[in-house]
Ligand binder design. Structure first.
Ligand code: FES
Length: 122
């Protein structure tokens, strides 16, 4: 199996996104939601809901629990791992991230695919 090369995109300075906050970005033409979890981890996921493609950044984010509720139909996701809580069994596509010299970079695989998990149902 071949692994697609990553293109690293400079997203923002670390101090532009406080712990407990998130940003909606478009990176390499793809909607990406970047969350800065309480405790310091920075994660990047597909920016649209796997149910019916409502923007996840328009949902309700509880910074203390790390749970985001989609504004479309109230599906909930644990943003520390990108997994569905309600309903369970649905996982958000996660982009790799890295911090270099105070700048956050998001990696996008150069595989010609759309990086989006879809979980129809409910
Ligand atoms: S579009 Fe997100 S829960 Fe339906």
């Amino acid at each position: 199996m071949t692994v697609a090369s990553l293109a690293w995109h400079e997203a923002f300075a670390v101090d532009e996104l406080w712990e407990g906050d998130f940003l909606d970005l478009e990176i390499d033409g793809e909607p990406v939601l970047v969350v800065h979890l309480v405790g310091g981890a920075i994660k990047a996921y597909q920016g649209v809901c796997p149910h019916q493609e409502v923007m996840l950044g328009d949902g309700d984010w509880d910074e203390d629990t790390g749970v985001l509720m989609c504004g479309g139909h109230r599906w909930e996701f644990d943003m520390s791992a990108g997994v569905g809580i309600n309903p369970a069994g649905c996982t958000l596509y996660e982009y790799p991230t890295k911090v270099d010299d105070g700048v956050v970079f998001v990696g996008v695989p150069q595989d010609g695919e759309r990086h989006y998990n879809r979980c129809p149902g409910s």
